[in-house]
Design a protein around this ligand. Structure first.
Ligand SMILES: CC(=O)N[C@H](C=O)[C@@H](O)[C@H](O)[C@H](O)CO
Ligand SMILES: CC(=O)C(=O)O
Length: 344
């Protein structure tokens, strides 16, 4: 049973950005377009309204709207994990039930933030969500933003429950990641958080990854994952190095999400600006982001072909598409995604 769940959930998940209109309101149509864009990239699924999805900056109603749009578009095609973490437990419970109603595959949550909570309080917070649906639950451990350090003790207690199928480890320690995998057992899913360390996380026991920068380079993370699976560690290391060069540039802008959303916009996928206090992209950065977008597209073209097997063949096809789009502006990327979608 649990092993089946590992197979069902392992893989690469885009931490989905939220889609807003020009006034900053959640835009259903744009959210559907965004979800559609990823359906043909080879990723396993989407992680909705998490850190990259700005769930913590949205109202309960807005989060519901984002998820509904995603489910309308890719239900059954992509595995959808919904981040339902909120400050008030009752909001998280409401979001959990909504996720189940809309057919999401799993729910996930960070601890409540702002108050310094005891372990018992966080455990109860999560338990209320778990008990409110029949969905699998994935703990989201991100101590550097929440201030809550998930202990091995609490993790072990939680993992003993049937419904608690995994943890997303966004801390930087791959030793912690490995210890959590051991504590959870072979059937317990561990997702790598830091995209810059995806390969390290996989080597230390992660079953996949959920990442905020995957959204602008899903093909690269799929290729990296495949290289690891096939045991091509040196090639994987080279690809992680390439990826990190790109991530480093993205992190150099006033907000990571602003930069990523702008890059997607260059491919015809409009998602608006990030929500304040996250800073919008600056006009003076447009030109360098256009160059960066081309670099990413070129890397996808190169490394799409590096992955072996059936995945590699798919990657190579995609890479050709990407090459065709190189230098072309606007909706080319979206066309490519839609075209692939029809073939898949
Ligand atoms: C702290 C944080 O948000 N981590 C994300 C998820 O774990 C990552 O996906 C990062 O966004 C990414 O690694 C870029 O630093
Ligand atoms: C990275 C991730 O999981 C998130 O943005 O929620």
């Amino acid at each position: 049973m649990a092993t089946a769940l590992i197979n069902q959930f392992e893989g690469i998940y885009i931490a989905l950005y939220s889609a807003y209109d020009e006034n900053g309101e959640v835009d259903r149509e744009r959210a559907r377009q965004l979800a559609r864009y990823y359906a043909s990239t080879g990723v396993k699924g989407l992680y909705v309204c998490g850190s990259s999805g700005e769930g913590m900056l949205q109202s309960v109603e807005e989060r519901k709207r984002m998820l509904e749009a995603v489910m309308e578009e890719v239900k059954g095609e992509l595995t959808v994990i919904v981040h339902v973490g909120a400050n008030a437990t009752r909001d998280s419970v409401e979001l959990s039930r909504h996720a189940e109603q809309w057919g999401a595959d799993a729910i996930s949550a960070v601890p409540s933030i702002y108050y310094r909570l005891s372990e018992a309080a966080v455990e109860n917070h999560w338990q209320q969500m778990i008990d409110s649906t029949s969905l699998p639950f994935i703990i989201y451990n991100i101590p550097q933003t929440t201030g809550f350090n998930l202990s091995l003790n609490l993790l072990s207690r939680m993992a003993a429950q049937e419904k608690v199928i995994g943890v997303k480890m966004s801390g930087e320690s791959t030793f912690d990641l490995q210890q959590f995998k051991v504590a959870g057992g072979d059937d317990f899913l561990v997702f790598n958080g830091p995209d810059e360390q995806f390969l390290a996380g996989r080597i230390m026991g992660a079953d996949g990854g959920i990442g905020g920068t995957y959204g602008v380079m899903p093909e690269l993370f799929c290729a990296l994952n495949q290289l690891f699976k096939d045991g091509h560690i040196q090639e994987a290391q080279a690809l992680q190095t390439t990826i990190n060069g790109l991530i480093k540039k993205l992190l150099g802008y006033p907000s990571l999400y602003g930069a990523c959303k702008y890059v997607l916009g260059l491919r015809g996928i409009q998602t608006g600006q990030p929500r304040l206090p996250l800073l919008p992209v600056r006009e003076e950065d447009h030109a360098s982001l256009a160059v960066l977008n081309e670099e990413i597209i070129a890397a996808i073209a190169r490394y799409g072909m590096a992955a072996g097997g059936a995945e590699g063949a798919k990657g190579a096809e995609r890479a050709e598409g990407a090459e065709g789009a190189e230098g072309a502006e606007g909706a080319k990327g979206a066309e490519r995604a839609e075209g692939d979608g029809r073939d898949a």
